[in-house]
Design a protein around this ligand. Sequence first.
Ligand code: G16
Length: 544
Amino acid sequence: MAQFEEVSKQSSQHPKPAGLVLQYGTAGFRTNAKHLDHIMFRMGLLATLRSKKTKATIGVMVTASHNPEEDNGVKLIDPMGEMVTPAWEGYATQLANAEQGDLLTALKDIIEKENINMSQEANVFVGKDTRSSSASLSQAVLDGVSALGGHSKDYGLVTTPQLHYMVCCQNTQGKYGEATIEGYYRKLCQAFIQLTKNASNCTDDQKHLSVDGANGIGALKVREMESHLRRELQISLFNDGSKGKLNHQCGADFVKVQQKLPTGININPGERCCSFDGDADRIVYYYTDSDGQFHLLDGDKIATLISTFLKELLTKAGLDLKIAVVQTAYANGSSTHYLEDTMKVIVRCTKTGVKHLHHAAQEFDIGVYFEANGHGTVLFSKAAEEKIQQLAEDPNMNDERKRAARLLQNTINVINQTVGDAISDMLLIEAILAIRGMTVQQWDAIYSDLPNRQLKVKVSDRRVIDTTDAERRAVSPAGLQEAIDTLVKKHRLARSFVRPSGTEDVVRVYAEAETQESADALAHEVSLAVYRLAGGVGDEPKPL
Ligand code: G16
């Protein structure tokens, strides 16, 4: 077949280094950019096959998100804008690791297993972040698509969630929105402006927000969007990429893990700030108080703010819809208690990775999902959206219920339901704070986080760690969980778990306890247990 000859020919321009084996991780392939050219070409091939199989447009985003500038990676987007399904993650790994001479066999194997009609048209949307390696790597994706005769549309520099949104718009024939960047800004900003009309006496101070763009794509896109906001939100942008390095001492991951201000930001005590990550799919908020103390409002606090707002609106609208919050093991214990005991909402815990949270959230009328690291969104079932619309349009309905239904409609429109989206989440949070006349301090005071600490441990092969119970317990290596259990017992209100990262070559350690000293000590003790029992490399972890 001519198509396969073309694949053979083109793949020789994107050869696989013999023996290199990479796994599809938490959010696709991710490693140093110099190892990724063949992966990108092959993901172009795979996306084309997926498009032929689903008869829909597929997305390929070239990004390594929160990782350092020298890394890169790829995220595959399925027709409704969600992450690609697990079976196809398996195919991605097979195709990525087939030696050069075995590539056609691996490709034909997928075609046969999935019974793909190769004469079916294929469409692939491609986007990239601002890393220096992204231009040539996204070209490799485009080469892969064209080698299999697929059509591609190159969106160039976009945030990951913007590409997810484009894919969903395209496959819903514009029902979800227009598949253009301008269309995205218009839909989100119009909804934001409608929402903020419900805020009374909002001062210029309350409309002001400082944004740390992580020196990445999010900064560029915030600039692009600003005019659509008609000064209803006034943004001071820091780390806009004009001088600093991507994600270096800044961005959502740095702020969350280090629990401190990013460099390159100038704020006064009490001022509201947020940080995006390198591809703008995560957001965290923070402020400093008059004593200079740093206060973080992470994904858990965001989920609490949003679900409280939605629950109140549902009550006012008189709508009986089931709302749940989905978290991971990283969720602060205080947030889970507050949600379950005070707010009385259903809480679910899944493995790390938005694909898992997204899936769990789909089981409810309204599923609010957030990882503590600030990656999350809200999903509304079709039935829930219809009920809200009926109510908003019912001529016999009283004003208060109608107003609540309209607020819910605009809330739906400001949210990017395809995946966590820093820009969309920021607009939603800003709208909620404005409508409720709430300061960042009042939001922070909803509950108090248990002190916590996250550490990374280098081991020779992180796959020796296997976990169960939504990653809350380690089943291997032998003795590790028992060691963690013993260490946890030494501290009050303590909890700790370990898991291999799916985006970096490290084991992650999480600990929380009654005091910061206790959380720090526990995190260090557990790190030592990982180092000793799971093949640590380099120096032994030192106390904090
Ligand atoms: C990705 C995933 C997130 C996950 C994070 C860290 O985020 O999309 O769901 O929480 O990696 O994963 P891990 O702990 O396995 O390294 P991003 O923003 O880096 O794409």
